[in-house]
Design a protein. Structure first.
Lengths: 199, 360
């Protein structure tokens, strides 16, 4: 397609985004070029600001614009219950359900030997050192119910058993292979309330 | 379900072809390289949205053309579906009633019976061929089987990747242990579901076999883990087996027991047909299993399915030919053959180098 060089560059950048194919990238680029100037500039500024002000929380690993994050520094929350999730968007989904008052630990992934991801690539050491500080009564393993998430939960269960905290797993009413990210609030609430202790 | 019309353009050795198939038996007669199986492949494509012959689907594009186009009108009980497949250098496009669709939207999903000459050989083939054969049937007759199977295979692939990476190591890491547990967990589900599917399938196969051979056939599941009543007791058994051989598995870099190593065997009067069966008995057993699969698919869908048979009649003796022909009655069937099949009453299409030369 014969576009100006700068337009091609925009299309190329959009194509790198997850879920965006060549056709969608082209459509988005042409839309941004024909949209009012300030709309495009707001988008550019929003991306820039989010990137510059967002960091990982040094405690739980969630995205945040202050460190520690709002959840970790909230004294009204129950700091004796940890919910271990794979990705920041899982935190967002569980928070939307409004039924969880504990804190989180974000692993930033799940075990996946086919993609070369072992425990050393996840934030597991950080989890252990948080637990060593004491005061934790329960760890909820809220990794996805898919292959990688289940194996990660099995790994963590074995690792955390000697620590002596109560371990539980979400009661997934989710269909097999479903992601927490896309589950509705009620399903997540049921999964948390119905969580089972694992031994 | 029936195919009412089909159109091919630039597909394999077909430049362009339109067919209005008969509602009953359609015999596709031709020489070896005239394109009989190509036509069957095109019909399967229109019903299911993919090739049964190749994973590299660009190879169906006729030499010198830039794309292959297939269209069909498929009549179903509830409503008709117009399916289209287009394969070009840029990939494959599937549509149903002019809307973009996936394989699962295609009318032939769990509604097509494909029977090929190599199917007849699975009785004497490798355990892997028998597993593929039965797993294919189970996926169609037991809801949930396919996803459980897929989950197991993915877990297994992860574990094997890890074992390969640690190959030769002497120490079993906690990471390996986690994947061992995951394999035992997902594998036990597959094992139990196979037994369930077999308990549905076996009586139907037995009665189909009896109708052809007048003897009692049963099917046995030969599990490398063993058999148990529940998933949890099987999981324990599977896990302890894996823990025993974990070191050996680390040496060779792969998982050595599990549903991916199991086998199935046909048994007639106490004889395991894998070792003590005649060629005729083995073929009859496979034929009975295919007919049972078809019957169960029809029951599940509450509709007749479409049968695609690639050069199968010539492989059978007169008695089995007659049994197969009578099982096909009242169904829309496409049968390829090098010469007319006297047992089948229907319509014949003579094919020569990608064109229909005669019909009737
Ligand atoms: Zn935090």
């Amino acid at each position: 397609m014969a576009y100006a060089r700068s337009v091609n560059r925009l299309i190329e950048e959009l194509k790198r985004l997850p879920g965006i194919g060549p056709r969608t990238a082209q459509r988005l680029a042409l839309y941004l070029l024909s949209a009012p100037q300030d709309q495009a500039e707001r988008l550019a500024a929003a991306i820039k600001e989010a990137r510059e002000t967002t960091v990982y929380c040094s405690v739980c690993g969630n995205f945040t614009d202050m460190d520690p994050c709002g959840i970790c520094s909230d004294t009204a929350r129950d700091h004796s219950v940890f919910c271990v999730v794979e990705e920041p968007h899982d935190v967002a989904a569980i928070e939307r359900s409004g039924c969880y008052r504990g804190v989180y630990h974000v692993l930033h992934g799940a075990l996946s030997p086919l993609n070369g991801i072992g425990p050393e690539k996840l934030r597991i050491k950080e989890l252990l050192s948080r637990l060593e500080k004491g005061g934790v009564a329960e760890v909820i393993l809220a990794t996805s119910p898919d292959t990688e998430g289940e194996a990660t939960a099995l790994y963590l269960k074995r690792l955390l058993e000697p620590v002596g905290v109560k371990l539980s797993r979400l009661a997934y009413g989710l269909p097999v292979g479903a992601e927490i990210e896309f589950a509705d609030e009620q399903t997540i609430a049921r999964a948390i309330e119905g969580r089972r202790e694992i031994k | 379900m029936q195919i009412r019309s089909v159109y091919l353009k630039g597909f394999r050795n077909y430049k362009e072809l339109s067919l209005k198939p008969f509602g009953g038996a359609n015999l596709i007669v031709g020489g070896n390289a005239d394109g009989k199986t190509n036509l069957l492949e095109a019909l399967y494509f229109c019903l299911c949205g993919y090739s049964f012959r190749t994973a590299r689907e660009e190879e169906v594009i006729r030499t010198g053309e830039d794309r292959a186009v297939l269209r069909a009108l498929v009549e179903k009980v509830e409503f008709n579906k117009e399916t289209a497949v287009e394969i070009s250098g840029r990939g494959k496009k599937l549509t149903v009633n002019a809307k973009e669709a996936s394989r699962r939207d295609f009318p032939g999903y769990l509604g097509t019976l494909l029977f090929r000459p190599e199917d007849l050989e699975i009785g004497v083939g490798s355990p892997g061929e028998r597993r593929r054969f039965f797993d294919g049937i189970f996926a169609g007759i037991l809801p949930g089987y396919y996803s459980a199977y897929r989950k197991y295979i993915r877990t297994l692939n992860h574990r094997n990747a890890l074992l390969r990476r640690l190959r030769g190591c002497d120490r079993v890491t906690a990471e390996v242990r986690a994947w061992t547990e995951a394999v035992a967990e997902t594998g036990s589900v597959v094992n139990i579901l196979r037994l369930q599917a077999l308990s549905l399938l076996a009586p139907v196969v037995t009665s189909c076999y009896q109708a052809i051979a007048d003897a009692k056939l049963s099917i046995r599941y030969v599990s490398s883990v063993g058999l148990a009543e529940s998933v949890s007791s099987l999981r324990e058994r599977f896990l302890s087996k894996l823990l025993l051989i974990e070191r050996a598995e680390l040496q060779c870099g792969q998982t050595l027991v599990g549903p991916h190593r199991d086998d199935f065997c046909f048994v007639v009067d106490g004889r395991d047909l894998r070792r003590q069966g005649s060629r005729g008995e083995q073929r009859t057993a496979v034929l009975a299993a295919k007919l049972a699969e078809a019957r169960m698919l029809e029951e599940r869908r509450n509709d007749r399915i479409v049968y695609l048979l690639d050069d199968v009649f010539s492989e059978l003796d007169p008695r089995r030919r007659a049994a197969l022909a009578s099982a096909l009655q009242g169904r829309q069937v496409f049968v390829t053959a090098t010469e007319p099949v006297t047992e089948l009453r229907g319509y014949s299409w003579w094919i020569k180098s990608g064109t229909v030369t005669n019909r009737g």
